[in-house]
Design a protein around this ligand. Structure first.
Ligand code: ATP
Length: 256
């Protein structure tokens, strides 16, 4: 059996990482952004990762989503080992298994709202008619009916983030990664994002959310405090450390 097809150590985990290390080599001293992270996220779980600026939160999320490569460590996504994937294989995997939303939406500015949402479905091989139907359902659900023909620049920040959410979810990925999704929104937009994340979570969507915002983090059912490249604390919102809940010290086996 190749490493690629070997089963993940915890079969209920939608995401599992072991021994992740990432150092950035830019100008000046190397930045040890992620210094040895073990993490397991159960299917249907909503995990918030908080911590001070520069702690390494975004780097960790980028590693988990294949947007950056770890220097060391292993990642399993929905049962498949992904850390040795090529760029092309990662691109396919992201379309299938991960939705990602960012602070600044990253919509394609010269495509309409409808096309932005349909594009990932079409790229994944979904028939055009089905992609249109998925898009229509999601945009209606997200309160964006009537905006299909708008261009992203014609929408408010909150509306653009809702389009980004629709685009991230159009292929029904097992995992949604969100990096400061309300970071550029006002309080109304923040509440809206929080409500939507909670709603999708309520339907079983697994979510990993990086945020500075304690209000957003409070929508999650587990909060990881990240500090200096490491997990400093990991607890469910009822205050139970995840290691104690699972009966395993260190890391992190979650629910059945
Ligand atoms: N591409 C890069 N090249 C060089 N250094 C980087 C790069 N990306 C991040 N870093 C550095 O790695 C460290 C962790 O950054 P990261 O963005 O992951 O932290 P963060 O916790 O998400 O911070 P913030 O909350 O401010 O976004 C910082 O010291 C940062 O300057």
């Amino acid at each position: 059996m190749s490493e690629d097809t070997a089963p993940a150590p915890v079969s209920t985990a939608v995401l599992r990482a072991e021994g992740l290390v990432k150092t950035h080599h830019g100008e000046g001293a190397p930045a040890h952004a992620v210094r040895g992270v073990d993490l397991s996220v159960a299917r249907g779980e909503f995990v918030a990762i908080t911590g001070p600026s520069g702690a390494g939160k975004s780097t960790l999320l980028h590693l988990l989503g294949g947007l950056q490569r770890p220097d060391e460590g292993s990642i399993w996504l929905d049962g498949r080992r992904t850390d040795a994937f090529s760029e092309a294989r990662w691109a396919v995997e992201r379309r299938r298994a991960i939705g990602i939303v960012f602070q600044f939406f990253n919509l394609v500015s010269n495509l309409s709202v409808a096309d932005n949402v349909e594009l990932p479905a079409l790229l994944a091989g979904v028939p055009p008619k089905k992609a249109r139907a998925e898009r229509a359902t999601l945009l209606a659900e997200l309160g964006l009916e009537g905006k299909e023909r708008s261009m992203p620049g014609e929408l408010s920040g909150g509306e653009q983030q809702r389009v980004a959410l629709a685009r991230a979810l159009v292929n029904h990925p097992p995992l949604l990664l969100a990096d400061e999704p309300a970071g550029s929104l006002d309080s109304k937009g923040t509440r809206e994002v929080m409500r939507l994340l909670s709603r999708f979570h309520g339907r079983g969507q697994s979510i990993v959310l990086v945020t500075h915002d304690a209000r957003l983090a409070s929508a999650a059912d587990r909060v990881i405090s990240f500090f200096d490249g490491r997990i400093a604390d990991d607890a469910t919102l009822d205050g139970v450390p995840v290691s104690r809940r699972s009966g395993i010290s260190g890391v992190l086996e979650l629910r059945d």
